[in-house]
Design a protein around this ligand. Sequence first.
Ligand code: ADP
Ligand code: ASP
Ligand code: MG
Length: 451
Amino acid sequence: MPDLIKVAKFGGTSVADAEAMKRCASIIEVDRDKRVIVVSATSGTTNLLSSLSETEDPSERLAVYRQIEQKHLEILNNLNSPKETGNNLQIVLNELREKITTSEPYDIRAMDELLSFGERLSSTLFTGLLNDKGIDAEFIDARDIIKTDSEFGHAEPLVDLIRKKVTDQLVPKLKTKRVVTQGFIGSDKNGTTTTLGRGGSDYSAALLAEALDADVLEIWTDVNAIYSTDPRICPEAIPITEMTFDEAAELSFFGAKVLHPATLKPAIRKNIKVYVGSSIHPNQPGTWIVKNITQKPIIRAISLRPEQTLITVHSLDMLHRHGFLAKLFQILADFNISVDLVTTSEVSVSLTIDTNQKGMHKRLSPEMLLELEKIAHVKVERELALIALVGNNLDSTAGVSGPLFNLLDSINIRMICHGASSHNLCFLVNESEATGVVRKLHEHFISKKVS
Ligand code: ADP
Ligand code: ASP
Ligand code: MG
């Protein structure tokens, strides 16, 4: 067995084409501790597969298949892969083609099965590439290991069962070889394919790291590091060299796409260090996420989550009565709606719902609103964005809210949540104003502090 066990996950852009895959293979080659390799679908493939749900026309479905086929055959050719890899890829492609030649509408269960092909194709190519390079790597189907409940589209992992599968099936192999598997996909107790939600490969890698008691979880992506805000929306964003689990967990929960929101949960449970780095520039310093560090700024980073909906319910019944909130949350629970932020006044409650989440628009149905209207007057505001300042001791530090309100004096802030966590202060603004707000806050709270 090697001295350390590292689980390394490579995201969609990192395996987008033959050149990108070769870069990842080199990262693996130079470090024999990277024992478990988790790959995402090639960039854009999950979106293509997802578009299959939008049409029942067999020829349109076939056109989607053709694009996916062409993309993967091109990688195969550009890698000069041996025949065996070509055969393995063809088996998966044939299976996909068979699955799409139906004009039935796809339900959410069928969609999970279809979505799984993205990771199955990329991992087939990538295993072939590693073996071709002389790295002894075995392809493992993640659905045999990542066991989940049957919530198709955003399944919940069954951690104890995953540990057992890892101990029985993965650990013995790791003594002599590396293992390549897929992110994002798993299976329920009937063996039916499930997915962990979009961007879920980070979470898969973290679950495997937890079950293996790994020393390090590595997330190789298309940015050098985790930045003080999304570098795509704010060019002044600064790379973070070190941050705590708590900070990173809040940042991903509040919208930083660089990590799936649940990634830190397994890492925190087992105190596994997480490294985020670029597969394009692997020698550039990335971000280390650890349990504790000495330098804990008040504001470390700013996140933005678009497509938020604010529901405000107003009822005089709330006044000096008990049970109203219980009724309200029961209705939301009955419709499987999870709430992020809540504020209340004497006679009204405002709450936010992440309509960016798959399926949430559907769940926010007229029937659900009708139920709410039975107990209160209901107002729904859409196209809002949630902005979070993420850092430390925000609940006990003076001097943040003053400048914040000054900076945003011309902006309509729809809701503020502050105090529940020492790691965040968040608020809602109109989606159209959100990037401007993030840039302004970044300049004041982060750029100025480091210059
Ligand atoms: P992968 O395919 O490797 O999983 P993702 O696209 O899911 O990559 O995540 C990387 C992207 O996350 C970056 O390209 C960047 O635009 C976005 N992002 C959002 N917030 C941040 C942040 N604070 N730091 C770095 N990247 C961020
Ligand atoms: N391929 C999946 C997606 O695009 C999972 C991932 O990339 O993490 O959402
Ligand atoms: Mg991702």
